[in-house]
Design a protein around this ligand. Structure first.
Ligand code: AKB
Length: 316
């Protein structure tokens, strides 16, 4: 039987682009998109779509059976900033959805899972620069606690039941097609919109807050690459560190200014500053490079150029 994929949370920032990319690779009919609400036109028109609540185990199982799904990408999650305001819903969504999918694999109903983790698994006691794959992990956010717990369960299900679950610790992701929702790294997307629309950005993080970031195309390539790698190459079953670019709000603003000279920025840190302060500034992803050949393509300059070029066409 060929690959038949279900994407849960297909309409979010990653899901909406991942769905189109997977449809290009595996064929429109072999990639079923699902989410709690409908997504953009490209996604809705290019293949099947199901309304699905990621917390509803029975509904997930039904679609898996009806569509003869063998791989699930579980992209539904509540991100860091929103999760701080809704701790118990964030826990329920982020944990229950994972259990439902892990259990389907344990029962032999699906063969492979992709589940995203995040740099949020690290905390204030983690070494901040070039954060190692294996290190102190004491997350200080609701989202980070759920992702760290999820990683433990993924590894447990692999060791105990042989579940083929693969995971990446995404940094902040930057894209121009779909907005992120409720994260701490969202400023690095919003800044492009405001630069084009108002030539000014009011930043909710301080100028020196360095965080690991990545252009979406690199993140999609990493996701597809880890899923297509031979099983024996995936030696880490919690989640892989994934580095990309690391920059501060001040540095991205300077890069934007090269294209929009009258762009200005102001810094008014809010509650998200404490979240950013608890996360790494840069990531060591040598294990992902060694195990499944990961490498990123975009740096700050090339990412800024693509973002401004594409968003200018959409916004003006
Ligand atoms: C967030 O800011 O919450 C996310 C993440 C780093 O996982 N973008």
């Amino acid at each position: 039987m060929g690959t038949k994929i279900l994407i849960i949370g297909a309409c979010g920032q990653i899901g909406s682009e991942l769905t189109l990319k997977l449809r290009e690779i595996y064929g429109n009919n072999n990639v079923i998109a699902s989410d709690i609400r409908e997504g953009n036109e490209n996604l809705m028109k290019s293949g099947s779509f199901e309304i699905l609540n990621a917390m509803d185990a029975e509904a997930i199982a039904k679609i898996v059976e009806k569509e003869q799904i063998n791989e699930v990408y579980l992209m539904a999650a509540m991100l860091s900033a929103t999760a701080e305001k809704n701790p118990s819903l964030a826990w329920d969504l982020n944990m229950n959805s994972l259990f439902h999918v892990l259990n389907l694999a344990k029962e032999g109903k699906i063969q492979k899972i992709f589940w995203p983790s995040s740099i949020a698994v690290f905390g204030p006691t983690t070494p901040r620069e070039n954060t190692p794959q294996f290190t102190v992990m004491e997350p200080a956010t609701v989202y980070g606690i759920s992702k760290q717990t999820g990683e433990r369960w993924c590894e447990y299900y692999f060791n105990k039941y042989g579940v083929d679950v693969r995971s990446i610790r995404y940094p902040g992701l930057i894209s121009w097609t779909t907005l992120p929702g409720g994260g701490t790294t969202d400023y690095a997307v919003d800044i492009f919109y405001k630069a084009i629309e108002n030539k000014h950005y009011d930043c909710f993080l301080s100028e020196k807050s360095a965080l690991p970031m990545m252009y979406m195309e690199d993140a999609l390539n990493a996701t597809i690459s880890i899923m297509q790698s031979p099983k024996e190459n995936i030696k880490i079953r919690s989640s892989y560190n994934l580095g990309g670019i690391s920059f501060t709000p001040e540095e991205i603003a300077a890069e934007i200014k090269k294209h929009i000279p009258d762009f200005s920025i102001e810094y008014n840190p809010d509650f998200r500053q404490a979240i950013a302060d608890s996360w790494p500034a840069s990531i060591d992803d040598s294990r992902a490079q060694a195990d499944w050949g990961w490498n990123h393509k975009y740096d700050l300059a090339s990412m800024t150029k693509v973002m401004l070029e594409n968003l200018s066409k959409v916004l003006i």
